[in-house]
Write a protein that binds this ligand. Structure first.
Ligand code: PLP
Length: 403
């Protein structure tokens, strides 16, 4: 039993108290993006009303306040992920940018023709396309851990033969599968492979500690964990970051510059050229404070209850098949044989219900599953059991309408 007052938590999210198409908003598209509590919105307003200035290079009061807020947020991210120090945290625009950074820097410096990059068949395009681009440039080869019929990874250590980098999603946004990140990283380490974990769907939903996972890189997006869009972070093990070349060049990342060449700062600043998203980082820090106030295990347990309830409801609707294994993250994606996902999500919207229908940025997986796409309900800690029941009612109405 937890002592969290979930109704009070929900009241922190002003956006949820509205009607859509004459019905109370039922927001179940949290895997795409989460809503923001007042604490995060206020942190942004306060920042812009009191502290706004550029960071690092100013010697005036506002600049030093902005710098403290920005670097303070980095320290919070480091603590949140269990990193050894704030120097291991690079601010990015989100998961996609974090992965691209690793591909363009570590990848370009360390991979050559014939090297193997191991991914899985359930990767989001953002943990696939950057490696395709890198493979094209270097001649490295992409291999994939298969997805079994139940939606789990069919991993075996032999797949790691000759692998230089193993990049995999922690929690699948299409299937809900929670991959055994620590086991996969241990196996990769045993063959000397570097690991990258796509944490887009895990960072805000469960306790995450990069040192316990044992990964070399972990990328996530702020907007999926109650923070603003346009901010995220990449954790990189210090030893690797120190050896990596910079990515973007410009101000903030240099020590000294001549017309011919430049010397670079130490990580993380080496990877943060130009004026960063200061307000976004402040918002991310506030989101982390807010989430830690609830507790990530409490969030995981709450979401698991909602998801199990949703799966049970869905299984009772004729012609509906839920994808993914029983032990899952906070989402239920399903195929309804009587309606295309786009028609179903349009029907849901008419009832105030926000679902997502489509390929969820996993086109190769959809092709493998021989589906044009799925419909996905995804949950967060401000959702309620009543909302899950209302979702089921709307989907039963959709079945009567379409079937
Ligand atoms: N990886 C996974 C598993 C995701 O679900 C998403 C977003 O949906 C991403 C990566 C990309 O995140 P972003 O668009 O915030 O960079």
């Amino acid at each position: 039993m937890t002592s969290i007052d979930w109704a009070k938590v929900r009241a922190d999210f002003p956006i949820l108290a509205q009607q859509v198409n004459g019905k109370p908003l039922l927001y179940l598209d949290n895997a795409a993006s989460s809503q923001k509590p007042r604490a995060v919105i206020s942190a942004l307003v306060n920042y812009y009303e009191r502290d706004n200035a550029n960071v690092h290079r100013g010697l005036h009061e506002l600049s030093s306040r902005a710098t403290d807020a920005f670097e303070g947020a980095r320290a919070k991210v480091a603590r949140y992920l269990g990193a050894e120090s704030a120097e291991e945290i690079i601010f990015t625009r989100g998961t996609t940018e974090g992965i691209n950074l690793v591909a363009a820097t570590w990848g370009a410096a360390n991979l050559k023709a014939g090297d193997v990059i191991l991914l899985t068949e359930m990767e989001h395009h953002s943990n696939l396309v950057p490696w395709q681009i890198l493979a094209e440039k270097t001649g490295a080869k992409l291999c994939f851990v298969p997805v079994a019929d139940d939606g789990a990874l069919a991993f075996e250590p032999a797949l790691l033969d000759g692998v230089k980098l193993f990049a995999f999603v922690h929690v699948s946004n299409s299937l809900g599968t929670i991959n055994p990140a620590a086991d996969l990283c241990r196996a990769a380490r045993a063959v000397g492979a570097v690991t990258l974990v796509d944490g887009a769907q895990s960072a805000g939903h469960m306790p995450v500690n990069v040192r316990e996972i044992g990964c070399d890189f972990y990328a996530f997006s702020g907007h999926k964990i109650c923070a603003p869009t346009g901010i995220g972070a990449l954790y990189g093990r210090r030893e690797l970051l120190e050896k990596m070349p910079p990515w973007h060049g410009g101000g903030e990342m240099i020590v000294s510059v001549t017309y011919e060449r430049a010397t670079y700062k130490q990580p993380p600043h080496k990877f943060e050229a130009g004026t960063p998203n200061i307000a976004g980082a402040v918002g991310l820090g506030a989101a982390i404070d807010y989430i830690e106030g609830i507790g990530r295990q409490n969030i995981f347990d709450h979401d698991a209850g909602l998801t199990a309830r949703a799966v049970q409801h869905l299984a009772e609707i004729p012609g509906v098949r839920v994808l993914g294994p029983a032990k899952r993250g906070a989402l239920a994606a399903f195929h309804a044989e009587w309606a295309h996902p786009h028609d179903l999500t349009t029907f849901a919207n008419e009832h105030g219900l926000a679902l997502r229908g489509g390929h969820h940025c996993t086109q190769p997986l959809m092709r493998k599953l021989k589906m044009p796409g799925t419909t996905r309900a995804s949950f967060y800690f401000y959702n309620t059991a009543d909302e899950v029941d209302r979702m089921a009612e709307i989907l039963r109405a959709a079945h009567r309408f379409f079937a």
